[in-house]
Design a protein around this ligand. Structure first.
Ligand code: PGA
Length: 249
């Protein structure tokens, strides 16, 4: 049994005032039937983690450096995230891959660093619209998985997020058949890579324009174990219906 996960990625949004959204979310879901994760900007991780202490809501980072420490101005290590109270970290988001030229190899090195600190790595993969239209989606996803994932992982410390780049922040969502095809493919790849036990236990999230209005339909797709949500995670009012839909799935 895979425990479902509703994850919010605030991206470069939020100041201290936004912590009220986390408070409201915890009040709306005092004992959620699914795992709930919020990844605020790094500046809010410490405060968010303090707020969530004693609640099952988890706090995560949106990136970490591959090295433990050193002369890397502006970067944050996995140990620093952990020290601030994070338990998870998103790695290889398409915006990081695009804005910061992160390669699969970079993502894999970050992943190793995160796992070494005991953080859960939420590794993102996804195709562009051109790649989908050229019928290359599975090749692209297969390549990203092969290059970005660490050789050793356990059921608990790795989560995959399938996020078609053309669906992120656009309001466009793949059909449930398209989501199912990719999620089944990822499941097969995980089983091949890590063996049946771990491969069947790693959670696979869907991300890209998930909202309260489309969540239930997406969560009914096989091998969809939850969602990585951007825009609709910024307020408790938008995120709470997604958590509820996942609890009911
Ligand atoms: P979106 O973003 O929900 O705003 O489309 C998803 C993501 O990038 O994780």
């Amino acid at each position: 049994m895979r425990r479902k996960l509703a994850a919010g990625n605030w991206k470069m949004n939020g100041t201290g005032a936004s912590l009220a959204e986390i408070e409201t979310l915890m009040k709306s879901h005092p004992a959620p039937g699914v795992d709930v994760l919020i990844c605020p900007p790094a500046t809010l991780i410490g405060r968010a983690a303090a707020l969530a202490e004693g609640h099952v809501l988890a706090i995560g980072g949106q990136d970490c450096h591959a090295e433990a420490s050193g002369a890397h101005t502006g970067d944050i290590s996995a140990a620093m995230l952990k020290d601030a109270g994070a338990t998870h970290v998103i790695l290889g988001h398409s915006e990081r891959r695009a804005d910061h030229d992160e390669s699969d190899g970079d993502v894999r090195a970050k992943c190793r660093a995160a796992l070494a600190e005991g953080l859960v790595a939420v590794v993102c993969v996804g195709e562009t619209l051109d790649e989908r239209e050229a019928a290359n989606t599975l090749d692209i996803i297969g390549g990203q998985l092969a290059g970005s994932l660490p050789d050793i992982a356990s059921a608990h410390d790795l989560v995959i997020a399938y996020e078609p780049i053309w669906a992120i922040g656009t309001g466009k969502v793949p059909t449930t058949a398209q989501i199912g095809e990719v999620h089944d493919f990822i499941r097969t790849k995980l089983e091949q890579r890590y063996g049946a036990g771990v491969g069947r236990s790693v959670r696979i999230l869907y991300g890209g324009s998930v909202k309260g209005s489309n969540a239930a339909e997406i969560f009914a797709v096989s091998n969809v174990d939850g969602a990585l949500v951007g825009g609709a995670s910024l307020t408790a009012g938008d995120f709470s219906p997604i958590v509820s839909a996942l609890e009911e799935a």
